[in-house]
Design a protein around this ligand. Structure first.
Ligand SMILES: Nc1ncnc2c1ncn2[C@@H]1O[C@H](COP(=O)(O)OP(=O)(O)OP(=O)(O)O)[C@@H](O)[C@H]1O
Length: 930
């Protein structure tokens, strides 16, 4: 901020939440800052001479009576106009406040203000890059700002002023190198926000600067040094007795008998036990600590090399790291080290990011780059998830994501600091590796090393393994790769094979051979794609994604008819593989001999990168072979996938194994010393334990321990099941309308209650979300929706921080999410969680059951729905002090014969009541009154 300059930090309140032509000002507040101090304040209510919406009255606490007594804007305009002259206008979301104020001024005959402006939202996004929310109320509580009455303009303006001062301090602390880039790209900020960086840079650039020891400068970019330190575990004795454990837990966690039991079972298993153990621990038991405590003692005793914990999703990884590990560290009498492992695309590639800074970018992408630049000063991992972005939609991410260690160039200056390389080095030293099933399946050998493996949410490992065992050809990606390579080789104006030949780097014969093979692949694979579409893709009207199982007989016939074509491509693939190695060797030799200038080197590296992508795409081509198809028998399947609505729809042919058949043993288990499988629903109700063993590729006699539940559901919760809802399976549209109506009514009679609503399809979730947008209650109660308002991690974090929030979730929200006490008070099951029979995997599973003359519903659909319902219901009560209501809006739980099975999946002692929709509301009101 410039000394001597006055900054006017403004906030306004208006009559309506949504913009419309009639919207008027009801409050104007301004805090004046000069030389970084508050020098004046101005606050006034404004009589809008029109009605004020109910939401606004509730939100601001301003009543019509107060406004009737307030001055008109036409009487205030002159004062406001002159107060703001010569100031810099600051607001949290400047486009709203500045534009609205100007409209009001113009309406009463004043010219628009022409002031410099600063937006504190953008400033906060760049300077506090890892926060999950940039709402003023969140920033105020996170930064401890004085913000007593959120949504009242005077309080909001004061909080924004404090925020600006705090952000200015952060700017002051930025190293000059970072300031230089922020100043260089100042125009990507709204109004003159970027000038703050220019001023700070100008002040700093002439003073001598010393880089803090934790930072390193690489090509003008600052990165946090690798400060990872492994610790040596100190031997300690496992607290065997209850009193020893109680002593250990005292003051930190509550005593839970089944959790202590789980610890003992695992301690025993690790010391004398079987190589594999299955443990079913009911929801909310605290199973992560249940296995980590005994395991850490085992490691401390030097009895194992370390431990890998694999869970179903990255959101659950984050939950373990953020919430369980800090508690574990406090509990244990010794230190330990842990790292998180995710797929390479989660990480930033420093080299690619640095290159992207030099390229032309949209304002939005540039702003994101600046945020990343500031984040790099603190990030130890380079995990892009730390940025809590809603979706990785910005095209920048395609440019800067890591594509794996193989893509790195040792000659690159960023090579030494690369985040994935750092991680690879830490793996050997860390006691605990926290990963997800997808990563485990791909890297088991590398991370196994005779460590203990815990598979958390183990029921998901098999479906994940099926995904991992699949091979896939994306025909359109093949075309993109081969086209790009041909352009690079033949006609790229800046640099092409011609230049490599003229520099004596490439022989004309090698160049010609590469082009010939690429042309074969380019033309022939496209012809096959067209044939497949003509032959197999008959889209049904209204379908968005075409997905189809290809009967093996048909595909066999298809290959037989085109056998020459398939063979030509297979041969070209082999030739291309050889050429790839030749080009790779050539590049390495030339680099070592320093015979490559920068342009030629970059060309070759990029060419090899595309070539590798093409080979990866074609790796599954060997499946298009008559002998292979015969070998598939019932164990492997082929299907097509084609998103129809997408502009450039990619045709995928997928070859998938359907059952484990030793896959997990060979690919995963053999690399670990001991295996623990943990989950809340490992055994299917009414099924033998054989089912999970078969799924997990384990011997059927693998020991299975089932731990008891621990909450007093009779006292802590109630379940209300609606008996008169329209039948969801027959009247989908009527059901969506009914669910929306009911949810609105429920929310109206339970103000302030944190509510999670679980759906079984994204489609229904979106319909209900749309309807909730139209009702007034959402002005005062924040609605979060999966796939709409943010990434899953961000949604969970925001939900946990709020009160009276509403979260609409599907998929992963049914499981593993931990929302204790007032973080979740009402759980609404909008649809019973029957999985869709239409997916290819389900079609396959159903076919198998039919062939065995078994019922698809009783054998698969119902038990799986019970399993998911049990998981979903487990979100409600998480500690001994929780209270909550479970509401089931899908009447099939009452009206269908199988309903009693679904009811049996709900917590055993929870009082259940069947009620009409009307009764539901009065019961709810009563429950919360009591
Ligand atoms: N004994 C305890 N007392 C209090 N908090 C605990 C205790 N044990 C675990 N917790 C906390 O409870 C939260 C949930 O733990 P965890 O994720 O292991 O639950 P869970 O048993 O896996 O539940 P679910 O199966 O429903 O996902 C964590 O934040 C953890 O720190």
């Amino acid at each position: 901020m410039k000394s001597g300059q006055t900054y006017a930090v403004v906030d306004v309140e208006t009559t309506e939440v949504q913009p419309d032509g009639q919207r008027r000002l009801i409050q104007f507040s301004c805090v004046f800052l000069k030389n970084r101090r508050v020098i004046n304040k101005f606050n006034t209510l404004v009589n809008p001479q029109t009605s004020v919406s109910l939401e606004i009255q509730q939100l601001t606490g301003i009543t019509p009576a107060q406004l009737n007594k307030a001055p008109l804007f036409s009487d205030l305009a002159a004062t406001i106009y002159s107060l703001l002259q010569n100031t810099v206008f600051v607001a949290h979301n400047i486009n709203f406040d500045y534009n609205f104020l100007n409209q009001e001024l113009e309406r009463v005959g004043y010219p628009s203000l022409e002031l410099e402006g600063i937006d504190t939202v953008q400033l906060a996004q760049v300077l506090l890059p890892t926060l999950p929310s940039f709402k003023l109320s969140y920033l105020s509580s996170y930064l401890n700002l004085d913000h007593r009455h959120p949504h009242q303009a005077d309080s909001d303006a004061l909080a924004t002023a404090q925020l600006l001062l705090l952000l200015q301090k952060r700017i002051d602390q930025l190293p000059v190198e970072t300031l230089a880039t922020l100043a260089e790209f100042q125009t990507c900020f709204l109004h003159q926000t970027g000038k703050l960086f220019v001023t700070a840079y100008q002040q700093k650039c002439h003073q001598p600067q010393q880089l803090p020891a934790y930072l390193v400068k690489v090509n003008d970019m600052l990165i946090r040094r690798d400060t990872y330190q492994s610790v040596s575990l100190q031997a300690a004795v496992y607290p065997q007795s209850s009193s020893d454990k109680q002593q250990l837990f005292a003051g930190l966690i509550e005593w839970r008998q089944p959790q202590a039991e789980m610890m003992d079972v695992i301690h025993q298993a690790l010391n004398q036990g079987p190589p594999a153990l299955l443990i079913e621990a009911p929801t909310g038991l605290g199973k992560t600590l249940g296995y980590l405590v005994p395991i850490m003692y085992q490691l401390a005793a030097g009895k194992s090399n370390g431990c890998v914990v694999s869970t179903a999703t990255t959101a659950l990884q984050t939950q373990i790291v953020d919430r369980v590990l800090p508690l574990l560290q406090q509990l244990l009498p010794f230190n330990f080290s842990a790292i998180v492992l995710k797929g390479s695309w989660h990480y930033l590639s420093l080299a690619k990011f640095a290159a992207s800074l030099k390229q032309l970018q949209s304002g939005q992408s540039r702003l994101l780059q600046l945020r990343i630049l500031v984040w790099l000063l603190t990030s130890k991992t380079g995990d892009l998830d730390e940025l809590h972005l809603t979706k990785y939609q910005d095209p920048l991410f395609d440019q800067i994501r890591h594509t794996g260690l193989e893509s790195l160039n040792p000659a690159d200056p960023f090579y030494e600091y690369d985040f994935l390389r750092r991680q690879r080095q830490h793996i050997a030293k860390a006691d605990l590796l926290i990963t997800n099933h997808a990563y485990l399946l791909q890297h088991a050998q590398q991370i196994g090393q005779e460590r203990i493996l815990v598979v958390d949410e183990a029921q998901h490992l098999a479906p994940n393994a099926l995904m991992a065992s699949r091979q896939e050809i994306d025909f359109d990606q093949v075309k993109i790769c081969s086209d790009t390579l041909l352009v690079m080789a033949q006609s790229q104006p800046a640099f092409s094979f011609k230049d490599l030949i003229s520099q004596g780097i490439l022989s004309p014969a090698s160049a010609q051979e590469m082009i010939r093979v690429l042309r074969v692949i380019d033309h022939r694979t496209w012809a096959v794609r067209e044939e497949i579409i003509e032959r197999f893709v008959v889209a049904e009207k209204g379908t968005q994604i075409f997905e189809k199982l290809l009967p093996l007989r048909q595909i066999y016939g298809f290959i037989k008819e085109n056998v020459g074509e398939f063979k030509t491509i297979a041969t070209a693939f082999e030739q291309l593989t050889n050429l790839y190695f030749q080009f790779e060797d050539l590049t390495t030799q030339l680099q070592a001999a320093r015979r490559l200038d920068k342009v030629a080197q970059n060309f070759l590296i990029e060419f090899l990168d595309w070539l590798k992508q093409l080979l990866d795409q074609l790796a599954a081509w060997s499946n298009f072979n008559l002998q292979q198809i015969e070998n598939f028998k019932q164990a492997k399947f082929i299907w097509l996938k084609l998103p129809l609505t997408h502009d450039a729809a990619h045709l995928h042919v997928i070859f998938g194994a359907f059952q484990m058949h030793g896959f997990l043993q060979a690919k995963v288990y053999q690399w670990f010393s001991q295996l623990l499988f943990v989950g809340a629903t490992l055994s299917l109700p009414g099924k033998q334990q054989q089912f999970i063993c078969q799924q997990l590729d384990l011997p059927s006699k693998t020991p299975f321990v089932k731990l008891p539940g621990m909450f007093d559901y009779q006292r802590q919760a109630i379940g209300l099941m609606v008996s008169d809802a329209p039948d969801i399976s027959r009247q989908q549209t009527a059901y969506a309308a009914y669910v929306s109506q009911m949810i609105i009514k429920i929310l109206q009679v339970t103000p302030g209650r944190q509510t999670l609503i679980l759906f079984n399809s994204q489609n229904m979730l979106e319909k209900v979300y749309q309807r909730l947008q139209d009702v007034t209650l959402t002005a005062t109660r924040k609605v979060l929706a999966q796939g709409i308002t943010g990434s899953n991690e961000k949604i969970i974090k925001n939900f946990m921080l709020g009160s009276g929030m509403i979260l609409l979730g599907t998929g992963t929200f049914w499981e593993g999410i931990d929302l204790p006490q007032s973080q979740l008070e009402q759980l609404i099951i909008a649809q019973l969680p029957f999985s869709s029979p239409d997916t290819v995997i389900n079609q396959l599973r159903f076919n198998q059951l039919r062939q065995a003359k078994k019922s698809t519903f009783w054998e698969l659909s119902l038990p799986e729905a019970m399993q998911r319902l049990q998981q979903g219901a487990g979100r409600l009560i998480r500690t001994a002090n929780d209270h909550g209501v479970l509401i089931v809006l899908d009447s099939r739980i009452i009206t269908r014969k199988y309903g009693c099975w679904l009811q049996a999946a709900l917590p055993a002692k929870m009082p259940l009541k069947a009620v009409t929709s009307e009764e539901m509301l009065s019961k709810l009101t009563k429950f919360w009154q009591n």
